[in-house]
Design a protein around this ligand. Structure first.
Ligand SMILES: Cc1ncc(COP(=O)(O)O)c(C=O)c1O
Length: 413
């Protein structure tokens, strides 16, 4: 990957607006995405799928093209299986509430899920009597297939797992999960919020029934997500929201739903966002997702090497950089995670996240009140990572508590 050329495409990088290491929350956007959205607002700011005038037709074509880009990016044939949502959370909720689960049906998740793939199931347990089982992770947060297998039997109707964790970066072997789950007749939902931006994802191979992503984590516009579903699964799923755009003919007393995907996209859509999504996918495809993954892995290796011998730094998750998919969570003895984040910003203009990262059960179950998190992407470079490592070292040495120090970088949740 030509790092200088990639970095040159991002306005905030060009302007020197600091070292952005918060991409697991939301990524930066390249000129190509911003320009595509500007062009929509400047040249054809109409609505799609309704009016038949020339501007509106242009929008409808652009929406179709964006769906085709999604199909090609994720390796499936049918572009009609991609539903635009406002984020990954909306996709996960649509699937959770739309699959018609009843009291006694069992849902299996892992114990490392983001709240967006945890709270809807908790709510369904309270509201409908759905039963939940959790596959237990190993101490470093990695997926344990034996624990997963022990959760499975014929009463399991849905398996809903993250593809990759926003805390530990651990990747769940979703192909193996879908194979096992399908043997028991369960529907598989995958939360791809952290994986789709950082690794090649072939939905045909993975064979998930539903796969949800956050476009704003993969160079696309804020407030855009996508829910992919196999056609037969989307057809048996009820929409979360109904109204204009989701229906065929409506009378005072009856309604027929529009075909998929339209029945899931109620009201006027975020057309600029959809057009920006295509530009983001084109950008990532041009760089190549293998290259993106390789770059993140190189940066993570450099980061962890740079932090190796800081005795009062505790890593949350695996200490092997190859297993972290662009996410590094950590604590420093004697310091609150928010203090670490604020110091990094004020000392060196480094932007990282702090807190529980919407994965509260993960932290609460391990008795820690959060962590700092640095997350990388294709626009970061080695020099930025070195500044980050030096800054964290300085913070740990000057402000951290060194009385509990250990000797080498290893798992220390
Ligand atoms: C693993 C994971 N799942 C789901 C989400 C929710 O994504 P969104 O904000 O697009 O709803 C996030 C966001 O950080 C995430 O990291």
């Amino acid at each position: 990957m030509d790092s200088d050329s990639v970095r040159g495409d991002f306005p905030t990088v060009r302007k020197g607006s600091g070292i952005y290491l918060d991409s697991a929350c939301q990524s930066l956007r390249p000129d190509q995405v911003i320009e595509a959205m500007d062009e929509y607002y400047e040249s054809f700011p109409a609505c799609g799928g309704r009016s038949v005038h020339s501007m509106a037709s242009k929008v409808s074509v652009a929406v179709d093209e964006a769906r085709e880009s999604l199909a090609s990016f994720f390796g499936t044939k049918d572009s009609g299986c991609y539903v635009f949502t406002s984020n990954c959370t909306q996709g996960l909720n649509t699937a959770a509430y739309g699959l018609g689960l009843r009291g006694g049906d069992v849902v299996v998740t892992t114990d490392c899920e983001h709240n967006s793939n945890h709270v809807p199931w908790l709510h369904l347990q309270e509201e409908k009597g759905v039963r939940r089982r959790m596959s237990r992770s190993r101490p470093d947060g990695s997926f344990d297939i034996e624990s997963f297998k022990s959760c499975m039997d014929r009463s399991v109707k849905v398996v809903s797992v993250q593809h990759s964790s926003n805390v530990t970066g651990c990747v769940v072997p979703v192909r193996a999960v879908t194979e096992i789950a399908h043997d028991y007749g369960a529907t598989v939902i995958v939360d791809g919020a952290q994986s789709a931006p950082h690794m090649p994802v072939d939905l045909n191979k993975i064979d998930a029934d539903v796969y949800c992503v956050s476009v704003h984590k993969m160079l696309g516009p804020s407030g855009v997500g996508v829910m992919y579903g196999k056609e037969e699964v989307l057809k048996r799923m009820s929409p979360l929201c109904l109204g204009g755009g989701t229906v065929g003919l409506v009378t005072y007393g009856s309604v027929s739903l529009a075909p998929v995907p339209d029945r899931f996209e109620a009201g006027l859509q975020n057309y600029a966002g959809i057009i920006g999504t295509k530009a983001a996918l084109d950008y990532l495809s041009h760089v190549g997702m293998d290259e993106v993954e390789r770059w993140d892995s190189m940066l993570m290796e450099r980061m962890m090497k740079g932090l190796e011998d800081i005795p009062n730094l505790r890593v949350v998750g695996p200490s092997d950089p190859d297993r972290r998919l662009g996410v590094f969570s950590f604590n420093i003895d004697g310091l609150n995670a928010h203090d670490i984040a604020m110091m990094a910003d004020s000392m060196a203009g480094i932007m990282i996240r702090s807190g529980m990262h919407c994965a509260h059960p993960f932290y609460v179950s391990r008795g820690i009140d959060g962590s700092a998190r640095a997350s990388t992407y294709l626009y970061n470079d080695g020099k930025e990572i070195d500044v980050f490592a030096d800054t964290v070292r300085h913070i740990a040495e000057v402000f951290g508590d060194r009385s509990l120090s250990r000797s080498s970088l290893s798992l220390r949740i």
